[in-house]
Design a protein around this ligand. Sequence first.
Ligand SMILES: [Zn+2]
Ligand SMILES: [Zn+2]
Ligand SMILES: [Zn+2]
Length: 328
Amino acid sequence: MRKKALTIAALCIVAVGLTACGHEHVWKEATCLAPRTCSECGQTEGEAADHQWVDATCEKAKYCEVCGKEEGKPSDHEWIDATYTAPKTCSLCGLTEGEPLAEPYYLKNELTFDRLTDMELPFAIGFSDGEKLVKIEGMWIETGSASFTFGEITSQPSTKEGYIDIIIPWETNLSAEIYDASDGGGGYKVNYTFPSFAIGDCYTGLQIPERSSYNDDVVEYGKDFEWEGNTYSVSYKKEVNLEKISTEWELQSEKLWHKPWRSKVSTTYTVTIPKDYDGATLVISKNGSAEVSFESSVDKTIEDKEQYLLDGHDKDEYFFYRVSDLIK
Ligand SMILES: [Zn+2]
Ligand SMILES: [Zn+2]
Ligand SMILES: [Zn+2]
């Protein structure tokens, strides 16, 4: 009952307002839709105001926040280049395109490239029967080192269009000392194994498959590396020339004979790479060869298995050289 009485009172007040004359205008400020207008009588003054523009973004064109009018086109995206963890991304709207970059193997594994210099590495040598190491009563070998001396590295256009040949010559001088304290002075044979270079690709981390080469003077190796939609063919030709240096037995002391053992190996790698390709990588084991390998007498076939530069080894066990840097 009381509520109804209130409603009637409210209606009376409204009625009084409407019928009043000579009122004071109640101005509503001009907008882009209408000029300054009295909210009581609808009278207007002046002209409509300017639009209230909101700048264009990459998602929406410039627009008036009052009337919604649009002008022009959305702005361009502000692209941030793809990284190894994120694809190409717009810094404004977060839109992405494509995939994150593939991280090169050498970065992922933090491999660093060395400058090629002459070096000495361990090698392995021992008496053998041709198939395995043997002991000879009263005789022993003191292993020296394999000393690597690099010649001038040159490059020339390859016969293969768009490729260059990089020629890397080096000499390996091997030394050991053979002692004989036996009375026999019988025959003996030695087998030895010294480090050779492997070649791979630092982007994919794959290696050109190795195979025995000791039975031939010239062997060619090669592999296609796929990276970021491109194929890079890397191949190399290996020429090895072994030269045994003859030495004489010397009487060291009573009943102890000594014979220096010296061998010179001249090796030339001709590495064929696409011009402007910096992925080809020479790899050499810092530890040299610790064991005499007899695999060389067996004709190994190239395995299809993909082999990576490290494959269970630590990066500190190797020297890495970028082939393309060797000629700069
Ligand atoms: Zn008015
Ligand atoms: Zn407007
Ligand atoms: Zn955007």
